[in-house]
Ligand binder design. Structure first.
Ligand code: AHR
Length: 306
């Protein structure tokens, strides 16, 4: 209800609950589904929250609109995972003027004024790309290694950082060469389409570096349709560690996965409760990520949560 009514009646429909407006990127991947579920399962009424959730369908303008609407509704906190890195200063300034604390989850913004948000919680994407690059450099022999890269959403923090990390880790190895790189928007369907194009244009692909499992899974379909064996004729490395990706790794169709932990709900709830009780939080909270080869994936699968 509106806050004046709440005040007059000593607490309205949201009572003592903490109202949180969350603007999600979209529903582009298995990772995103697990992330959404973690947030919705944690920020519940039983846990003291009134969660308003919106899905931006990978469009920044939808996120800006959602954030403006949360400001207009006078929510207690705004949390969001920004689709792209740039272009947030104006709307974050509006939230600041309205005294609504903002928490970034999963993806970063490039705003220079870090007072526009309280903290940024999520994985170190540069590190993820580095670990993939090191694995490719160390495990695939001393012959030239032709890599095709399926990039995440253009302008998104994970696409920028995962490319950077891989390039940093492989620049000292002249054998590793990215021969083509294109966005597949973090979706399985676009990963497949882009891979079909790569297979037609380049007869000598050794490795697919997919910025997430879903695009790697799309690449598997394209490789099999072209009569080649994924994981053998063409190796695949990817990031996330969702169940479908780990299953493909266990079956030998993917060769190596660096995890990106999507279960950010409990940490987000803790951060908000800390701020609510007047405490402070670290400006950057990095979550822990594992990495898996075939044997490790097989061992992890039975208890995998997502
Ligand atoms: O921002 C995290 C990335 O977004 C995940 O790695 C990818 O699957 C998702 O779409």
């Amino acid at each position: 209800g509106d806050s004046s009514t709440d005040a007059a009646s000593g607490g309205g429909d949201s009572g003592d609950l903490i109202t949180v407006g969350f603007s999600q990127v979209g529903a582009e991947s298995g990772w995103r589904a697990a992330n959404t579920k973690s947030i919705q399962d944690t920020l519940t009424k039983d846990n003291g929250f009134d969660l308003k959730f919106s899905d931006a369908q990978q469009k920044q303008e939808n996120q800006i609109q959602a954030i403006r609407s949360y400001i207009a509704q006078g929510v207690d906190y705004i949390a969001f995972s920004p689709v792209v890195e740039s272009g947030w200063d104006a709307v974050l300034e509006e939230a600041k003027q309205a005294n609504i604390p903002v928490i970034l989850t999963d993806r970063a913004v490039d705003s220079e004024d870090t007072s526009l948000y309280k903290t940024f919680i999520g994985s170190d994407f540069v590190e993820e790309g580095k670990r993939i690059g090191e694995w490719v450099s160390d495990n695939l022999g001393t012959e030239p290694i032709n890599v095709v890269e399926l990039q995440g959403t253009t302008g998104s923090a994970p696409a920028i950082d995962r490319k950077q990390g891989f390039e940093d880790a492989t620049k000292g190895n002249p054998n590793v060469k990215i021969i083509a790189s294109q966005t597949g928007n973090f979706t399985r369907a676009e990963g497949k389409t882009v891979m079909e194009g790569f297979l037609q244009a380049y007869p000598d692909i050794d490795v697919v570096y997919a910025h997430n499992d879903d695009m790697g899974l799309g690449a598997i379909e394209a490789i099999e349709a072209a009569g080649k064996v994924p994981g053998k004729d063409i190796k695949i490395v990817s990031i996330d560690g969702v169940k479908d990706g780990m299953t493909a790794l266990s079956e030998g169709k993917i060769n190596y996965i660096v995890e990106c932990n999507p279960l950010l709900g409990p940490d987000l709830a803790d951060i908000i409760k800390t701020l609510q009780s007047g405490g402070t939080v670290e400006p950057r909270i990095v979550t822990h990520d594992d990495a898996f080869d075939q044997a490790a994936a097989t061992a992890a699968l039975p208890t995998r949560q997502y």
